[in-house]
Design a protein around this ligand. Structure first.
Ligand SMILES: [Fe+2]
Length: 278
């Protein structure tokens, strides 16, 4: 499988609201993540943006379209478009989620969790292997935040995530905010979750802001990162060492500088970890 160019430091999720600013000011952001589904199958101006940014910065591709946990056949049309984009733009990382997003070709706009069973692990791992073989590259799968659990689950979420990575021989995108949100919603210990993660497979981390909804947390990506998520990120970096980290923001998108400030905070935590390791 193709080895991809490494990235490091703290990247920012590229959003249309910041296209002009980034092209004009060329901030020192070391890399950007693009939501690749927004570009697939489009020509013209949309494709031109992707081309422009790929010439300015290393990019990572992040998608929701693989629906790896679904029982539908893999969407070969989607994978074909993705493969073409990968070959054209050579992203540093390609990621999707450990979840399902539809059934019988009906797609929902939610990243739905899986039952944590042996059968589900084998099923999703088999599909990740198929996707990796087709794309001729390893992919990262991301742990999602959730608001429900299945009575049929046979293992914890952390055990399931680690087991699927092992079965599929894929990489892991550890979303620290998602761990915190799910830990709060389902009352498990986020640090124990971290302890079960396969260190060598973690190739990226995500940070984002949630919203408090009384007795549960909602993963809205619409606020600055909360203190307990910073604390958990610090813990993760202490445990695993520095990893490329992304600031995600999807709702009520602020000025680019606000994301830059969040990135600077994460960068300080990475720098401190590197100083201690030296
Ligand atoms: Fe994420």
């Amino acid at each position: 499988m193709i080895a991809r160019n490494p990235i490091s430091g703290v990247g920012i999720g590229l959003r249309a609201e910041h296209y002009e600013y980034v092209k004009r000011e060329k901030p020192t952001t070391p890399w950007f993540e693009v939501l690749i589904d927004n570009y697939l199958g489009h020509g013209g101006q949309i494709q031109q943006h992707l081309r422009d940014f790929s010439e300015l910065y290393p990019l990572t591709f992040h998608g929701v379209g693989m629906s790896l946990g679904s029982c539908d056949p893999l969407n070969k049309n989607y994978l074909g478009l993705l493969k073409k984009a990968i070959n054209t733009y050579q992203p540093a990382l390609i990621s999707d989620h450990l979840c399902w997003t539809g059934f019988q070709n009906e797609y929902v706009h939610d990243l739905l969790p899986m039952p944590y069973t042996e059968e589900a692990a084998q099923h999703v791992a088999d599909r990740i292997i198929q996707a990796q073989d087709y794309l001729n590259t390893q992919i990262l799968i991301e742990n999602v935040s959730s608001y429900m659990q299945y009575r049929t689950s046979e293992m914890s979420e952390a055990e399931f995530v680690a087991y699927v990575c092992e079965l599929a021989d894929c990489h892991l995108l550890l979303d620290i905010n998602n761990i915190y949100v799910s830990a709060f919603n389902h009352q498990f210990d986020a640090k124990e979750y971290l302890a079960l993660m396969p260190e060598n497979r973690i190739k990226e981390m995500h940070l984002a802001g949630y919203e408090e909804q009384g007795d549960y947390l909602l993963d809205t990506h619409g606020q600055t990162i909360h203190a307990p998520v910073w604390e958990l990120y610090h813990e993760a970096i202490k445990r695993f060492g520095a990893r490329p980290t992304l600031i995600e923001w999807d709702n009520d998108i602020p000025e680019f500088q606000v994301l830059q400030q969040e990135a600077n905070k994460a960068e300080q935590i990475l720098d401190r970890a590197q100083t201690h390791a030296a």
